[in-house]
Write a new protein. Sequence first.
Length: 285
Amino acid sequence: MIGRGRYGGNPVDYLDGTVDQVHLYDRALLNGAALRAVGYTRDTPAPPGGEIVRDSAGNPTGLLLAKPNASILYATLAKGPKLPFDYQLNSTRHFMRELNRLGVTGAIDAGGGFQNFPEDYQVIQQLADAGQLTIRLAYNLFTQKAKEEQQDFLKWTASVTYNDSPTVTYTPLQGERFARSIMGSIPPQSVMNVLQAGFPVEREWFKVRADNPIAYWQLVRAGAGIGFGQVLVGARDPELVEIPLGLDLPTYPVWLTAHEAVRHAPRVARVWELLAEELRATLAR
């Protein structure tokens, strides 16, 4: 159960006899069995970065608040009992079957604290290897140790294969298909000239890959390597240094689009006018 719901009464009374633990975005609800399993009593001190809500007698009510961060939620999860590996496999298959029953065929693992890769993902890996994974699952991996982020990324990328061929090259036809995939139309000759002006690239040259542009940009800022980005964006960041490529890169048109049903609405039109005005000034630099 995920969200910011409301409830009445004592959470322990509300949950007893139903579930062990319910996660919300900024809190967790524990029933009596869960409180006993993690050892929270009236004598448990208030944890740093969180709050154990108590009744008038000082006993935990079962409500944990993530204030100001979610450390208490992760720490509480770590205190709970851990199922044997075979039980984890079986319960995960039951969980996926329930998702399939509801029509869910894909999911995203939000990751978070205390979730180490690949150690804490062995159940999913074994189910995938056995052909028993009935949903598509994407990982959001979080580095767990400060100052060791790059080592984690290098270890993760070394454990998977993105392409059977270590060398990435484009024939003229492949280059045109690639350009079509990113431009959505037949590419102009200027694009083809750029694609054919390079040289063979080895996969090993790139230790870290990120498809998310925000994560990619932060990796560049953190010193994970040389990255490619928009000059206008990079020029505003004092932490970055531009490396001249010596290539005459073409410029491309920028389009602002909106559905016909909304683009004439006054507020949408005003936003479009401001965007167009700023883009003209920016691209003219």
